[in-house]
Design a protein around this ligand. Structure first.
Ligand SMILES: C[S@@+](CC[C@H](N)C(=O)[O-])C[C@H]1O[C@@H](n2cnc3c(N)ncnc32)[C@H](O)[C@@H]1O
Length: 282
C-alpha cells in the first residue's frame, strides 16, 4: 500500500488554520486580541485587506502585518466596523429620555461609560441630551475605544457638515428640545461641536477584550460592538460590563444585540425590550 504523501494532514480547512495563525501572531506580537471575534465578518475583512495590500494569501498578510507596522495600522482600521451616527436609532434616545433620565435625576452624580464609542457621535449625542435634561453639569462621560485613530476624531468633535441634515432629523425624532444647529458652527465642510459639550467627557483607549474594569458606572452604553464577537467573548465582555455597573445601573445595547441567552440575563430586568435597555438588579 503506498503511503499518503502527508500522513499527518489533520485539518483540511487551510483558510481557518491560516486565520488562527494570523490572529495568534497579532496577539503575541502586538497584544491585540481578535481571536474570538465572529469568524464570518473577520474573514470578509481579512480578504478585503489582502486585496487592498496586493497580496494573495492570508499567510502573506501575516508576514506583512508582523513586519510592517503601518500595514498593521491599516489592517486594524479595516478589521473593525466604525460606522456610527449622532442619535443613531433615534427611538433609543427617546426611550432613554423617558425611562432612564427620571432614574438618573435621583443621583447626585452620574458616571456614564460609552464602551466602543468609535468617532464619538454617540457620546456627543448623550452630552446634548444630558444638557437638555439639566443633568450634564453633574455627569462624567467616559468614551473609550480600542482604536486610537477613531478616538482622535472623537476628541476633535468635528463631523462632516453634509451629515447634519440627517442628524437634525435624528435629533428631533429623539425628543430634542431646541434647534440642532445651536450645538455646532459650520466651518468649511465640517461641523465643529460646542466645546462645552466636551467639558465632562473623558476620552481614553480601552480594550474590552484585554483591559479590565476601571470604575463603577450608573450607565453603560455598549452599542453595536458585541455583535462582532463570538458567544464566548460576548459572555466575557458581559461579565466586565456587569461588574462595572452599580446595582440598579443601566445597560444599553445595540438594536441587534440582546442579553437573552447570556449568562447575565437573570441579573437584569428589561426596561425597554425593543431599545435594548436593561437595569441591573442582581
Ligand atoms: C460599529 S462601532 C459602534 C460605535 C457606537 N457605539 C455606535 O453604536 O454607533 C464599533 C466600535 O467598537 C470598537 N471595538 C471593537 N472591538 C473593541 C474592543 N475589543 N474594545 C473596545 N472597542 C472595540 C471598534 O473600534 C469600533 O469603533
Amino acid at each position: 500500500m503506498p503511503h499518503a504523501p502527508f500522513p499527518f494532514l489533520m485539518n483540511p480547512n487551510l483558510e481557518d488554520l491560516e486565520i488562527q495563525l494570523l490572529l495568534e501572531g497579532i496577539y503575541r506580537y502586538y497584544g491585540l486580541d481578535f481571536r474570538n471575534y465572529a469568524l464570518a465578518s473577520l474573514k470578509r475583512r481579512i480578504w478585503t485587506t489582502i486585496k487592498s495590500e496586493n497580496l494573495t494569501t492570508i499567510s502573506g498578510l501575516q508576514e506583512k502585518v508582523l513586519h510592517d507596522r503601518e500595514c498593521m495600522e491599516r489592517f486594524l482600521l479595516n478589521l473593525s466596523v466604525h460606522v456610527t451616527a449622532m442619535f443613531r436609532d433615534a427611538s433609543f434616545y427617546l426611550a432613554f429620555r423617558k425611562k432612564v433620565v427620571p432614574l438618573l435625576k435621583t443621583y447626585p452624580f452620574i458616571r456614564i461609560w460609552h464602551a466602543g464609542c468609535s468617532t464619538g457621535e454617540e457620546v456627543y449625542s448623550m452630552a446634548i441630551l444630558l444638557q437638555e435634561e439639566g443633568l450634564y453639569h453633574r455627569s462624567r462621560l467616559y468614551a473609550t475605544d480600542m482604536n486610537e485613530m477613531v478616538l482622535r476624531k472623537a476628541r476633535d468633535g468635528i463631523f462632516p457638515l453634509e451629515l447634519m441634515q440627517q442628524y437634525t432629523q435624528n435629533y428631533l425624532q429623539s425628543g430634542g428640545k431646541t434647534y440642532f444647529s445651536e450645538y455646532y458652527t459650520a466651518a468649511y465642510d465640517g461641523a465643529i461641536f460646542r466645546a462645552s459639550l466636551k467639558e465632562n467627557i473623558v476620552f481614553s483607549p480601552h480594550n474590552l477584550v484585554t483591559d479590565s474594569s476601571f470604575n463603577e458606572f450608573h450607565v453603560i452604553l455598549c452599542r453595536n460592538v458585541l455583535i462582532y464577537f463570538d458567544k464566548s467573548l460576548q459572555a466575557r465582555v458581559h461579565h466586565l460590563l456587569y461588574e462595572s455597573l452599580v446595582r440598579f445601573g443601566i445597560l444599553g445595547l445595540g438594536r441587534q444585540e440582546s442579553l437573552r441567552f447570556t449568562p447575565y440575563e437573570k441579573q437584569y430586568e428589561v426596561l425597554d425590550d425593543r431599545e435594548k435597555l436593561y437595569r441591573r438588579i442582581g
